[in-house]
Design a protein around this ligand. Structure first.
Ligand code: HEC
Length: 508
């Protein structure tokens, strides 16, 4: 009875506010404050444990959350509560963390600034690497299983160093142009700057509550962070991560938007921002960032575009179009091609389903350049002629793919099957004949995904995306396995040279 009364009170209270808090169960809230807040934060923004807000938990099913709360997570600080709470209480807690809070949490400049930690000020560490290796042929491998990253020697394929990262990295680490530093973004908004030469985290800051990704300017001066929560883009100094500006993502007419992703566009000397809820592309020239009032250029679009692929010159962007409030495009037109200088639409992309343009790659084909994109909801790779934006060929795969990769020095393009019963397979296509060369299934039953090449393109590294997983090294020519390196749910891997030279065969 008591709980019911509280619910009604909360519901009435919510009538007067913008956010619906009617679902918030006061009894569950009290349980949360008593048992969880010490680690997950009074406002669920995180602490020792991750943030527990619906946006942050979007990849965790409620059933899985219930199991974590009851059983805990072995080998972590997350305790098991099944001994002290009954089933109804556990249920109520699992429901509670998927409810939006009564008031949308804010994370402004003052909060960001207060979270800033400089572990090693600039100049306090040596400029000579503490290990020996080809510094341009290093990989960072993100291991999601236990929130670590491994620095891998790209010649010997021996791990050089393994270190803990923030909880749930998101969006791919980014290198400074000389390859000395790497910047990580986490789901909960933490940005970490890691000095590869000294194997140390030098600075950290929390730039948001729920973050999509970070980008580093090509002049190594700025880091831009795109957030889902709050609706902001945050600009940091790449030196020590101190905050420079928080840009609310609004359209000027009272609407605000989540940031889908922020990209760096080296030839344009700007950041490009893809928005989820406003039909615009934003461009922020590096030169206009200092002192504190960045100028933002807006390209107005006919529909919502995100998941960008740029041509090598960064004059043209391809974006996936999705109707507002939907993740999947129903129409035959699933993408647009936009000229970034004029803001004009150059073409519609007629690709059925949901192309994953952001992991597209491009290469020379005859007298034109083509781009290839996997599809998130059908077993197809679309090859598009970048002169007339027509689909040149559709390659059939054994299921929807996520990542695609190649290298200038390799005749082959690799695409994984990420979803469905054939998740353990990876296809290798010939870039000139556009025919299937080989289908690999290195560990039956375990997802094989995400390929990255060595600097010279001679080897391709593939992840076995499992807690008991591995990175498998293939000879990129013979397609024979060379080595298996055990890892904990390795996801992306990032080669210093390929990433800092904007290799056409790798997503940027
Ligand atoms: C002593 C600290 C601590 C307490 C108390 C605690 N947690 Fe946790 N919790 C953690 C840590 C640390 C993790 C991350 C574990 C890992 O590395 O996978 C976690 C993870 C979780 C996750 C998984 C989140 C994700 O994104 O995968 C959920 C759900 C969760 N906790 C819920 C709760 C609830 C509900 C309570 C209270 C009943 C609670 N926790 C109490 C420390 C704590």
């Amino acid at each position: 009875m008591k709980a019911l009364k509280y619910c009604i009170a909360a519901g009435l209270f919510a009538l007067g506010t913008a956010n619906s808090a009617s679902g918030l169960d006061k009894a569950a809230e009290a349980l949360y404050q008593r048992h969880c807040a010490a680690c997950h934060g009074a406002q669920r923004l995180g602490g020792i444990g991750p943030a527990l807000l619906p946006q942050n938990l979007s990849r965790l099913r409620k059933k899985a959350a219930l199991e974590v709360i009851g059983q805990g997570r072995p080998l972590t600080q997350m305790p098991a509560f099944s001994g002290q709470l009954d089933d109804a209480e556990l249920d109520a807690l699992a429901d509670f963390i998927y409810q939006p809070p009564a008031e949308e949490p804010n994370w402004g400049l003052a909060d960001i600034r207060a979270s800033h930690v400089v572990h090693h000020p600039k100049g306090s560490l040596g400029d000579k690497p503490v290990f020996e290796a080809d510094l341009q042929n290093l990989f960072i491998v993100v291991e999601q299983g236990d929130h670590h990253a491994t620095l891998l020697d790209g010649d010997s394929f021996e791990p050089i160093y393994r270190f803990q990262t923030r909880y749930a990295l998101h969006g791919g680490p980014k290198y400074s142009s000389d390859g000395r530093y790497v910047f990580f973004a986490s789901r909960d908004g933490w940005i970490s700057k890691f000095d590869i030469y000294n194997l140390k985290v030098v600075a950290e800051i929390r730039a948001g509550i729920n973050t999509r990704n970070a980008a580093v300017s090509f002049n190594n001066k700025y880091v831009a962070v795109g957030n889902y929560l709050p609706h902001s883009l945050v600009l940091l100094s790449a030196d020590d991560l101190s905050p420079l500006a928080v840009l609310p993502m609004t359209d000027g007419a009272g609407n605000s938007s989540r940031v889908s992703a922020v990209y760096t566009a080296p030839p344009r000397e700007s950041f490009i921002v893809a928005l989820k809820d406003i039909p615009q592309i934003l461009e922020i020239p590096y030169g206009h960032i200092a002192p504190d009032n960045p100028r933002v250029k807006r390209i107005k679009l006919e529909d919502y575009l995100d998941d960008f692929f740029f041509n090598q010159e960064y004059s043209v962007v391809m974006g996936a179009s999705r109707p507002a409030g939907s993740e999947v495009s129903e129409s035959a037109v699933s993408g647009r091609v936009i000229d970034l200088d004029s803001g004009r639409k150059l073409a519609d992309l007629a690709i059925p389903g949901m192309p994953h343009l952001g992991s597209g790659i491009s290469w020379r084909y005859g007298d034109t350049t083509v781009m290839a994109t996997p599809n998130l909801n059908s077993g197809a790779v679309s090859i598009i002629d970048m002169q007339d934006w027509q689909v040149l060929k559709t390659l059939e795969t054994e299921g929807p793919g996520f990542f695609m990769r190649s290298h200038d020095q390799s005749p082959y393009a690799w695409v994984d099957v990420f979803f469905g019963p054939n998740r353990d397979k990876v296809h290798v296509f010939d870039k000139q004949s556009l025919e299937l060369v080989k289908t690999l299934a290195p560990v039956p039953g375990k997802t094989a995904a995400h390929v990255e090449f060595t600097r010279d393109g001679r080897y391709a590294l593939l992840s076995i995306w499992d807690v008991d997983g591995a990175v498998i090294v293939y000879d990129a020519q013979s397609l024979e396995e060379v080595k298996r390196i055990p890892m904990s749910k390795p996801s992306g891997k990032y080669n210093v040279y390929n990433k800092t030279h904007y290799e056409a065969g790798t997503s940027h």
